[in-house]
Every structure is written in C-alpha cells, then in structure tokens.
Ligand binder design. Structure first.
Ligand SMILES: [Zn+2]
Length: 391
C-alpha cells in the first residue's frame, strides 16, 4: 500500500515536472547559454556541526585553553594556535583557505557581516540535512528518528531524469542518511552508518575497508569514523564515476557533544585533508577535471561559549525533542548560524563574501541544480532560491 502511494506521488511529480519544463522554455533557453560555465558533476561535502567560529577564526582560545575540553598530551595548542586569526584558520583548514576560498567563495562569517542560517525551527541534524537536500522546511520533520523523509531531495529528482539515472551516490557517517534521502523511494546508492561497500566491482582497498570497519570500534553506536566514509566515497568515485555525490562527515559533531575539543579540532583538520585529496582526485581523474563543482556546508551551528558549545538546539527543540537540554530554556543561542563554500565551474572566485541579506540553508538545493545546468523551479518551485552570491 505504501509502495503504491509513493509510486503515485512519483508519477504525479514527474508529470508536474514535465508541465513546468514546458511552461518555462524561455528560462531554460537563458540558462542554456551558461552551460559552458557550469559543471557537469557535483560533489557536496557536509561537515556535521562544524561551527562558523572555527571555520573563520580557527581554534577558539576560550575552549583551547580549557582543560575541561582539551586533554593532556593532545598538543592541539602547538598544532592550531597562532595569535593572528587569519593564520589560525589556515592552520586548522589549510586547503579550505588556500584553495577553496581563493578559487571560489565562502559565506557565513558573521564578524564581517556575512550571514547564513538555517530556516528550520529545530537546529539539529535531520531537519538540517533535509533542508539542504530538499530545499524546503517540512514541519513534520521534528526529530532525528529513522523516519523516511516525505520530501524529495534534488538527488532523487535527478535520479528520475534519464541522463542522471544511477549516477548519484551518497556516503554518510551517520546511519540516518538512508531515511533522510528516502532510500526506499529514491533508489539512490547510499552507503551510511556501518554499511559495507557493495553493489559494484570493489577494489582490494574497499574489501580491506570492509574488514577494518568491522574490526575497529567506533566511539559511537550510530556514527562511524569519517575515514571510512571518505575512503568508501573515493573508491566509488574512481570505480563507478557518479555525476553527483554527497559525502557527509560526522565526527566533528560527535566529538563536540562528547566535550572533546581536541578531537573536534583534529577532525576538522583531517576533514580539510580529505577535501584536499578529493579535489586532487577530481582534477586528475578523467571525466572530472575542470567540470566538477565542489560545495561544502554544515547542517547546523552550535553554542558559542564554554557552557554551551557542545550543544545545538532551538528554544522549541528544548521544550520537546531535546528535553535533555532543559537547562537551556531559550535553546542554544546561535546554533542556527551556518556557512557555505563552493568552487568549480560556474562559481565566481569572489573569496570571502559579505551578504546583503541573510542566506538560508534551504537555498543550497537550488544552487546545486543551477550549477549543474538544471532548472531548480522544475525540481520544486517551493524550494529556496539560488544563492546569488556565488555568481
Ligand atoms: Zn549533534
């Protein structure tokens, strides 16, 4: 019964896509002139709960010098401290600052009037990822529970188009992604949580990863270590060659919840190295060089001081789903603030951009589709508008 319901929805939405496409020929013609400047492939990397504070200012002295959050012997002061804020952020994420921002753009540095935040009312992960991938806020998405997403992601929409079919993949450290992307209905290739690599001609490296993943205990029951997620994604990229891929890394959020600022910083730094390796791989792999867009963002922010940086939740969330945070009756202030970066064909190399109005997380889906040369209105006319700052 449920299957029948979903396929009816799918048929109806396909029909409306055709109607919209037919009605919008002038707009399609306009965007067609830009096709040479847009990418044909896209990789979207998400870094769970990485604060804009670290991205733009590097290690936070109020946390770095707090022995409650930095354990003895972890040497993160030596690795990540510099008096200059600009040097400090480069120490933490060198590839991001020396390459992504130089060749592309970033928004979200509230210290310079560059403002971006989520539109969903919760400030936690499932609603955040859903907002990123579907471009809308669905008020029925009010927990992190494993519930199939009623909304369609831009990947699912692309998967229904002839030239993208079976050319999309999502890799995630958190085991809820198959629900957020509604694997059952979308039929996307998804490897998340503690999934092994399967379903394609595995390299020897992927077979080894499958063994290691079983042998190395994760600190968390529902999130694996990001190294597995990244290396599975890379193996799939090199072997299957998808056109659109999501890589959702999770350690930063979980180390922050655990109160381990040392591991949170190390993980942010390692993620930067993954992104550097990813870009290097894309630029040296036939089919991806010079025609692949990279987008990087996060699902939510976090608190801003030693009392609340570990957490993230809205005032509404602490009254309901996140009752464990009732010591913060107003929610975690500032945990709605996020950031977004992109580089590649179609992205103007504007560097660190000041925004004229608040940019919203729900604009990311339309931005991804526009950079792929697709019409976001045909995907979902209710989705947030394209982030114009990237052009
Ligand atoms: Zn979290």
């Amino acid at each position: 019964m449920l299957k029948f319901f979903y396929s009816t929805i799918l048929l109806l939405s396909c029909f409306s896509i055709h109607v919209n496409a037919a009605a919008d020929t002038s707009e399609t013609d306009n965007s067609a002139t830009n096709i040479s400047t847009t990418g044909t492939n896209l990789v979207l990397v998400t870094i769970d709960g990485l604060r804009w504070q670290e991205l733009f200012s590097g290690a936070d002295p109020s946390l770095l010098n707090n022995e409650k959050f930095v354990r003895e012997g972890h040497h993160v002061q030596e690795k990540f401290w510099h008096d200059s804020e600009e040097k400090r952020r480069q120490l933490l994420m060198p590839f991001f600052w020396n390459t992504v921002v130089k060749k592309g753009m970033v928004i979200g540095n509230r210290n310079i009037g560059s403002n971006m935040s989520i539109a969903n009312p919760w400030h936690f992960s499932y609603p955040g990822y859903s907002e990123i991938f579907t471009g809308v806020v669905d008020h029925s998405i009010n927990s992190n529970k494993k519930k199939l997403n009623p909304q369609m992601s831009f990947l699912e929409w692309l998967n229904n188009k002839g030239n993208y079919q079976h050319k999309l993949a999502a890799f995630g450290s958190w085991d809820v992604f198959p629900y957020i992307l509604n694997k059952e209905r979308s039929q996307l290739y998804i490897n998340a949580g503690f999934d092994s690599a399967e379903g394609y001609a595995l390299s020897d490296q992927a077979k080894l990863l499958n063994d290691l993943q079983k042998e190395i205990p994760s600190p968390w029951h529902n999130v694996r270590l990001d190294s597995f997620t990244y290396r599975y994604a890379k193996d799939y990229l090199l072997t299957v060659k998808p056109k659109v891929m999501i890589i959702s890394l999770g350690e930063t959020d979980d180390f922050a919840h655990d109160g381990h600022y040392d591991s949170y910083l190390n993980s942010a730094h390692q993620t930067d190295q993954f992104i550097a390796d990813l870009w290097q791989t894309l630029q040296t792999t036939p089919g991806y060089q010079d025609n692949t867009v990279l987008m990087i963002t996060t699902d939510h922010g976090r608190g801003s001081n030693a009392d609340d940086w570990q957490h993230h939740a809205s005032k509404l969330a602490v009254q309901d789903y996140m009752k464990n945070l009732k010591a913060f009756p107003n929610g975690i202030r500032g945990s709605e603030n996020i950031w977004f970066a992109a580089m590649g064909p179609g992205v103007n190399a504007r560097g660190e951009i000041k925004t004229t109005q608040e940019v919203k997380q729900k604009q990311i889906a339309a931005t991804a589709l526009t950079l792929l040369g697709e019409d976001p209105k045909a995907f979902n006319p209710k989705a947030g508008s394209v982030i114009k700052e990237i052009f």
